[in-house]
Design a protein around this ligand. Structure first.
Ligand SMILES: Cc1cc2nc3c(=O)[nH]c(=O)nc-3n(C[C@H](O)[C@H](O)[C@H](O)COP(=O)(O)O)c2cc1C
Length: 198
C-alpha cells in the first residue's frame, strides 16, 4: 500500500516546528539543538565532522549561523568547498534534524563587531590563543589564551559562518509509524516538503 502525501498545511506546520526547534537551540537557554554537528568536505576529500554551538537562526532567510576561528581547518575547507551538512538530535523527543546548505562568511564588519561585542567574554577567550587550531604543540599549555585586558583581543581570529539551508531531513521516532520528511528549497525561496519512508 502506498502512503498518500500529507496535506500541505501539515507539511507547513512541520516545517515551522523544525525552525522553532532550531530557534530554541540558538536561544539563551540550553536546548537539544544548541549543540549541532557540522560536516564539511576535507581538503583530502574525506568527510570531516565536528561539534559547533548554534548561535543564530533566521527562518525567513533559511539561515543558521555559528562562530568559529578563522585559522581552523573547517574555514579552510569551506573556502575550498562551501558545502556543509549539519545534524542535531533531541534525545527526549527522539527527533533528528539534518540540514544541508552552503556556507558563507560574514563580511559586514559592523555586524561582525556587533556580534563580537554581544557575545559572552568567556566564549571569546579561545580566539586569543597564539597558536592556530590544529597546530602540533608539545604541551597543551602552549595554546592557552593569555589574559588580556583588551576586549578586542582575538577579534582578528573571530569569524561568523552563515549556512544557507537548502535541504532539511526530519525524522521523528516517537510515533508509530515513525515520521520522516524532507524539504527542498525551491527557486522562489520556499521549501517544498514531502513524507518519505523512514
Ligand atoms: C560542546 C562543544 C562546542 C563547540 N562549539 C564550537 C563552535 O561553536 N565553533 C567552533 O569552531 N568549534 C566549536 N567546538 C570545537 C569543534 O568541535 C572543533 O574541535 C574545532 O572547531 C576544530 O575543528 P576543525 O579542525 O574541524 O576546524 C566545540 C566543541 C564542543 C565539544
Amino acid at each position: 500500500m502506498t502512503s498518500s502525501p500529507a496535506p500541505t498545511p501539515a507539511m507547513n506546520d512541520l516545517l515551522h516546528s523544525i525552525w522553532e526547534s532550531l530557534h530554541a537551540g540558538a536561544g539563551a537557554g540550553r536546548s537539544p539543538f544548541s549543540v549541532l554537528q557540522a560536516a564539511t568536505v576535507g581538503v583530502d576529500g574525506n568527510p570531516k565532522v565536528r561539534t559547533i554551538i548554534l548561535r543564530d537562526v533566521n527562518e525567513s532567510l533559511a539561515r543558521l549561523s555559528f562562530h568559529t576561528d578563522i585559522r581552523s581547518d573547517k574555514v579552510r575547507e569551506l573556502r575550498g568547498r562551501p558545502a556543509i551538512s549539519m545534524h542535531g538530535y533531541d534525545a527526549e523527543r527522539l527527533v533528528q534534524i539534518r540540514l544541508e546548505g552552503v556556507a558563507s562568511f560574514m563580511t559586514d564588519e559592523a555586524e561582525k563587531l556587533a556580534v563580537w561585542k554581544s557575545s559572552r567574554p568567556r566564549t571569546l577567550i579561545l580566539y586569543r590563543s597564539p597558536i592556530a587550531s590544529g597546530s602540533v604543540i608539545e604541551d597543551p599549555a602552549q595554546a592557552q589564551a593569555p589574559d588580556a585586558a583588551d576586549p578586542m583581543s582575538g577579534y582578528e581570529n573571530f569569524c561568523l559562518v552563515h549556512v544557507s539551508v537548502q535541504r532539511i531531513d526530519y525524522l521523528d521516532l516517537s510515533s508509530e509509524p515513525h515520521h520522516r520528511a524532507q524539504f527542498q528549497l525551491r527557486d522562489k525561496g520556499a521549501f517544498e516538503g514531502h513524507w518519505v519512508a523512514p
